[in-house]
Design a binder for this molecule. Sequence first.
Ligand SMILES: C[S@@+](CC[C@H](N)C(=O)[O-])C[C@H]1O[C@@H](n2cnc3c(N)ncnc32)[C@H](O)[C@@H]1O
Length: 222
Amino acid sequence: MRNKQWDYGGHYRNLDLSGEISLPHDSVVKVCDWLEELPDFMLQADTLFIDPPWNKGNVNTFYTKAGKAHISLDFLEFSRRLFEKIDHINPDFLFIEMGKQYLGWYLEQASARYRYVTFYNSTYYRRPANKCYVIHAANQFKLKRYPHLEDQDEAAIIAWLCANHPYKCIGDLCMGQGLVGKHAFLAGRRFVGTELNHKRLAVLISDILQAEESGGNGTVNQ
Ligand SMILES: C[S@@+](CC[C@H](N)C(=O)[O-])C[C@H]1O[C@@H](n2cnc3c(N)ncnc32)[C@H](O)[C@@H]1O
């Protein structure tokens, strides 16, 4: 029952998920753990949108779902490693989705790296009770805040940014089932990403291939 629940529709069974996976608009993704490997293609991202785990329990749950052993790092060490990868990529804009518990720490880290740092109150799964925050970090004054993103669901924020934010390539180190990839694809734009769990990443790849087969634009499953 458990395994079935974490099967994410079983799309991974029909896909070759080894190595770098090329997708439309020069996009590339890879099933990998960025604690162990940061693929070179991630350096092409000039904007990052990352929705990482929000605490240690959440990290462990994702490792279990990916069929991997729990990691020994505490949450701040995990997060420091994440910022090492972000520093290596060095994006012009950084968006990070976070829960309340570590919002302050993540804001401090963003402020140490960017001139303008703000955040949006947000929700996930379109439920008002599911509160979260989206940090927006930038060095450009003109693009330091998008007021209309306040109080929007994460999916709406991602959709708007992927369609309208001025990036050449948007990156996501924790792609999951692929909201960032899906919305960049729908906007006809380039994305790169990594994801620990091949079963989760398979959802995005399958949706994109299906949309391509059925004639292209505009119809990726919600
Ligand atoms: C909160 S979910 C992201 C959800 C995503 N925004 C979506 O559209 O589905 C966090 C994701 O990060 C992945 N993850 C956690 N640690 C990782 C790591 N070290 N390397 C790669 N992916 C990781 C998890 O497997 C999980 O899918």
